[in-house]
Every structure is written in structure tokens, then in C-alpha cells.
Ligand binder design. Sequence first.
Ligand code: SF4
Ligand code: SF4
Length: 181
Amino acid sequence: MSAPDSNSALAEAAALAESRVVGGRSCGACTLCCKVVAVAEFEKPPGVWCPHCIRGKGCGIYAKRPSDCRIFYCEWMLEKGLGPEWKPERAKFALVMGEGGHLTAFVDPGYPAAWRGAPYYAAFRKLAAERVITIRIGTKVIVVLPDREIDLGHVGPDESVRLEPGPDGRIVAHKVPRAEA
Ligand code: SF4
Ligand code: SF4
């Protein structure tokens, strides 16, 4: 999660984010993003519960929650084409769309293989033909390509993933320092 820093910009970003939520959708008892996604403002790593989360209920510091959290919605909240099986509390991962249409599944480390089940894995392989698909299980990163997977192992907070064509034209993935990404 990352967020703007001035109050007015934050309010504007939060309103914009809320306006994009599909009508009728709500988090309900799902609090999975508070586990699987990192929160920069208090250095919460990915894959561990935020100490402020009241599991199955919501945020224990809702009025004072970090700016990161105020503008965050997972793709299930934003994309009407994702059915109920994609809701994070059921799928055990939260989808997040990044820059350039890069889609990341932040998987609950308690269910590390959830993304490989039906209908998810087949959907990821199909989507990989048109966009970068990354699976993050805590700090472990796997890139899904149409024809194979690249397991990058642990990727630290100061590292990023770079994809580029290899010598034979096939895509290769590297871990690089974040400043070089
Ligand atoms: S993962 Fe999505 S549905 Fe679940 S609490 Fe977060 S924003 Fe709401
Ligand atoms: S501060 Fe609240 S909304 Fe943000 S991750 Fe923690 S529990 Fe979730």
C-alpha cells in the first residue's frame, strides 16, 4: 500500500478510491488485506496480521488508520467481473492491480497453495498472456508466465522484480535493488 501525503490529496484519493467500488460490494467480515499486504507507514511486512486488525470485524484504529489503508481496495471490490469465489476471505488471496496493469495476488501464507486451485490457476495462466502476474506469499515471489513459472524465492523490501527478454527471447525475471526497478 502507498499513499499521498497532504491531507487534501489524501481525502481526494480516498474519495476517488471509494467511487471505484462496485455497487453493492463491501468488505463485510473479510479483513485479509490487513494480513497479506505490507503497510509502509508502520513497516508492517506482507503476510502477517496487522496488530490493529480485529479479525473478521475490521480495523481497530479505523478513525486513525494510516493513509495507506484509507485508499486501499483490492480488485474484488473494484472489478465487477470477479465473482464471489474471488472474494479474498474465500479465495485466500487478495488481488491488487499495480502500475502498467501488473496484477499481484497477495496470498495468505496460511494457505500458500490457494492460488493454484480451481478456478484461479487457470485464470492466472490465461491472464499472463496479456499482463504480468505475480504471486506474493509473504516475502516469497513467483512470476506466472503463460508457459511456466519463475520462482524468485524471498524478495526483500529493498528489492524489486524486473522482467526482460532473455538471450533466447524467453522472458526471464531477476531480483534487482528497488532503485533500479
Ligand atoms: S481484501 Fe478486499 S474485500 Fe477483503 S477487507 Fe481488504 S479490501 Fe475488503
Ligand atoms: S491499520 Fe487498520 S486498515 Fe490498516 S492494515 Fe491495520 S487493521 Fe488494516
